[in-house]
Write a protein that binds this ligand. Structure first.
Ligand code: BG6
Length: 485
């Protein structure tokens, strides 16, 4: 196999999906704390209250209401998998598998409960320090996502979230705090998880978004790009050893037919969904096609000359991405559509689909790696990949050959890409320990090598169990990717 000697094998989680302890030690709320559970066919909802005390739930918090935790609703992220209290036990299991890297995120509202404070919450800082120290005990390198789907709710409700330029300063105050605090304990940082989701998610949630919705989405993205670039500059000033990456939701787009209209639509899908964010963060400037994307929806952005300077000076050191699936693009009327959460488009007849309708396409990973490396020539990391599936715990064991099969093929795809010249530095599979699904809020959509005894309704002992894939991955790491069978 072609994996370099110091390849970072590991796994990934996110604070809001794993930690729990949502209201402990001074933590403020995030949107996930007012979000209910859901399923493949029932979308998760947010709960809210109007000034007159009327409550409700829906896709969005309506004008005039604020997010509210309701007594008769269940919120899966409140407890997560209780990583907040069990991280020592969990890290020990990661070490047993031989992890070299562990990707995790810092909950912004644990450090700044509302997001606009000057002084950080010491208890929050202490918690992550203990986690990093625990990782160091086992020589596991942390890879830290700074913002993973958990902007403090207060910032959303009092400032309009990322629609407001002020968020750039709040974010960079947060980054400055943690870059100083964890100097020497962390080397690798990622600014925004799946930053490109803002547009993709908009088109997924609303079938035909208004121009105003696009205006807001592109504006939010611009402020995030500037915040990210400023954070990169800051990181390098605070510690020249810091390596900061972007994090893109890496969906591989294919044209469904060879109709030139499909070929062009496919190219435009790559541009809008994948290259737009990557180009700004890796090349430090908006691509030529940005004008076309903005014109299509009458978007007029607040971009200052200083912003453009910041973007230029704050390009990332590495390109990281999640990869779960590919999608097929067509301009033709399509009967056979894919209906999974976060996965849309036409059904690709050449691929198998998971129970959650995600296309299983290892070759798409090789395609993506080679295409992206060629475009940016930056070191790459696959920081999420895996199969969400239902597992069965029997006599303390979980037999999950489907997961092993999925990962084996994706590892082979990475191997081919490296052989073809791609500078791939690491692989942190998603949900290395079962956690709450971001899309559906379910526990039953499991990705882990470690089974967590918890059900969709919140019942369960939270006990951890090693799955068959746990032992398999341990061998993969020990053999540096050579022993896959
Ligand atoms: C990515 C996110 O979109 O995919 C993760 O970065 C998420 O937070 C993962 O959990 C898998 O999606 P899901 O919906 O199966 O949890």
């Amino acid at each position: 196999m072609s994996f370099p000697k110091d390849f970072y094998w590991g796994g990934a989680i996110a604070a809001n999906q794993a930690e729990g302890a949502y209201n402990e030690a001074g933590r403020g709320l995030a949107r996930t704390d007012i979000t209910t559970g859901g399923s493949l066919h029932a979308r998760r909802q947010v709960t809210y209250e109007f000034a007159d005390g009327t409550t409700g739930k829906g896709d969005f918090v309506p004008q005039g209401a604020h997010g509210k935790i309701l007594a008769d609703e269940y919120y899966p992220n409140h407890e997560g998998i209780d990583f907040y209290h069990r991280y020592k036990e969990d890290i020990k299991l990661f070490a047993e598998m031989g992890f070299k890297m562990f990707r995790m995120s810092i909950s912004w509202s644990r450090i700044f409960p509302n997001g606009d404070e000057q002084e950080p919450n010491q208890a929050g800082l202490d918690f992550y320090r203990s986690v990093f120290e625990e990782l160091r005990k086992y020589d596991i390198e942390p890879l830290v996502t700074i913002s993973h789907f958990d902007t403090p709710l207060y910032l959303e409700e009092h400032y309009g979230g990322w629609n407001n330029r002020k968020l750039i300063d709040f974010f960079t105050h947060f980054t400055e705090t943690i870059f100083n605090e964890y100097k020497g304990l962390v080397k690798y940082w990622l600014t925004f998880n799946e930053i490109n989701n803002t547009i993709m998610f908009l088109e997924f949630v609303q079938k035909n978004p208004s121009d105003q919705a696009y205006q807001s989405a592109y504006q939010q993205l611009h402020y995030q790009y500037v915040a990210s670039a400023k954070a990169v500059k800051q990181a390098h000033q605070i510690d020249p050893n810091y390596q900061v990456g972007c994090m893109i939701c890496g969906i591989c787009n294919y044209p469904l037919t060879c109709d030139p209209k499909d070929i062009l639509a496919n190219r435009y899908a790559w541009e809008q969904n994948i290259f737009y964010s990557g180009d700004v963060q890796c090349k430090g400037k908006y691509p030529t096609f940005a004008k076309r994307l903005w014109a299509k929806h009458n978007v007029n952005l607040d971009i200052t000359a200083q912003d453009l300077e910041d973007l230029k000076e704050g390009t990332v050191d590495l390109y990281t991405f999640s990869y779960y699936m590919s999608t097929a693009i067509t301009t033709h009327q399509q009967e056979d559509k894919v209906g999974g959460n976060f996965s849309t488009g036409a059904r690709n007849p050449y691929l198998k689909y998971s129970e959650w309708e995600w296309a299983d396409d290892p070759m798409g990973l090789q395609y993506y790696l080679e295409m992206i490396y060629d475009r940016y020539e930056l070191p790459l990391m696959v920081v999420e990949n895996g199969l969400g599936a239902v597992d069965k715990l029997e006599d303390g064991k979980v037999h999950d050959p489907y997961r092993i099969e999925y990962m084996k093929e994706h590892i082979k795809a990475m191997d081919k890409a490296i052989e073809n010249g791609v500078d791939l530095r690491g692989y942190t599979s998603w949900g290395c320990i079962d956690l709450v699904s971001a899309g559906t809020g379910q526990m039953s959509k499991r990705y882990g090598f470690i089974y967590v005894d918890k059900n969709d309704d919140g019942t369960g002992s939270l006990e951890r169990y090693r799955k068959d894939s746990f032992y398999w991955y341990k061998d993969v790491i020990a053999s540096n990717g050579a022993k896959l069978d």
